[in-house]
Write a new protein. Structure first.
Length: 344
């Protein structure tokens, strides 16, 4: 089978067809536009038995990878780090060109059988877009609140309450009578900030409704797990993506950063906190674990049992997070298998 490696860029991409014996054919360089996929498919017709390998199919190569998958092609996602290592090992130097990059991408796809196959974008992509937009709005809202505190500190003796919202800020501004031109300007800017905050709050509320509808439409049972609401479920599903790319729950725990790192030596068995994995997914699981450790239920029983085993609170929480990530993996996998079952 011919493997066509693609080195994508913002405005262009380079494709090279590589045979199993590492023999490469002349390259093809195309400009990224609406005809890119058609040009690639027309060029690749000379190799009916083919597969595509795209560097960074979840990043810069997402566009062309999704176009090829939509056209019914088999596309493999090759991480940039693996392609860089293959280029260094294959050439013996760090010289980098588009052609060598494309050949390295194809070589990795030919020899590594554990790479992920690119799947068409589904409801998890929609959740990822919505959650990312919500996170941006929440960050902008937080910056606005901080800016408003600075303005009110100079306008009102003692400033405002720590828990400040747009409604409380509007009521407070209505009582302020600026005495100097500078204070009048501060009040005007504060009003503009409050107006932005109200707009952000309305957008966040609208996004929450869309996320709730998306979670319900996906048919997931994650919200049935204690400590996981629809927002946390949406983030977990968005960051997990296709659950089939994880062979088992251990791989999923490693991806989520909940699997401890083994640093044992000799007779001493020691494990340390892993800083690897998807930190956003780890944070979402952390929120659920903290809730379970606080409220009555199996999660708190597990947490307290670890404390009686002379574990520190952090170690007990890490154990709960690992157990929770296993439960999440099994739930998502079961939901996926249920949706794939033929209906009568």
């Amino acid at each position: 089978m011919i493997t066509i490696g693609i080195d994508p860029h913002k405005n262009s991409l380079t494709a090279v067809a590589v045979e199993p014996g590492s023999q490469s054919h002349p390259r093809l360089r195309v400009v990224v536009d609406k005809n890119t996929s058609a040009s690639l498919l027309a060029w690749a017709k000379q190799w009916p038995d083919r597969q595509w390998a795209v560097e960074g199919a979840t990043g810069l190569g997402r566009g062309i990878a999704q176009q090829l998958v939509t056209a019914g092609e088999m596309v493999i996602d090759v991480p940039a780090k693996l392609a860089a290592r293959a280029r260094l090992l294959g050439s013996g130097n760090a010289r980098k060109t588009d052609v060598t990059d494309a050949i390295s991408v194809a070589a990795v796809a030919q020899h590594n059988r554990r790479l992920n196959r690119v799947q068409p974008e589904d409801h998890t992509t929609i959740m990822r877009l919505l959650t990312e937009r919500r996170d941006d709005l929440v960050a902008e809202h937080t910056r606005g609140i901080n800016r408003l505190h600075v303005l009110l500190r100079d306008l009102h003796p003692g400033g405002a309450e720590v828990r400040l919202g747009s409604t409380q800020a509007s009521a407070l501004l209505a009582t302020i009578r600026p005495a100097t031109p500078a204070d009048r300007q501060r009040k005007q800017i504060a009003r503009d900030v409050v107006r932005d905050l109200k707009r952000h709050e309305a957008s966040i509320k609208e996004l929450d409704q869309e996320l709730r509808a998306a979670v319900n439409a996906s048919g997931t049972t994650l919200p049935q797990i204690q400590g996981i609401g629809f927002l946390t479920a949406a983030k977990i599903l968005a960051l997990t993506g296709d659950i089939r790319r994880f062979p088992n729950q251990e791989h999923y725990a490693s991806y989520a950063g909940t699997a401890p790192t083994d640093v044992s030596s000799g007779d001493q068995q020691t494990h340390r906190l892993s800083r690897r994995g998807n930190r956003q997914l780890n944070a979402a699981i952390h929120v659920a674990a903290v809730t379970q450790a606080r409220d009555p239920g199996p999660g708190r029983d597990h947490y307290r049992r670890k404390l009686t085993e002379h574990k520190t609170p952090k170690e007990a929480r890490r154990s709960l997070k690992r157990r929770l990530s296993n439960t999440i993996y099994r739930r998502i996998l079961a939901d996926h298998q249920h949706t794939q079952m033929p209906t009568a």
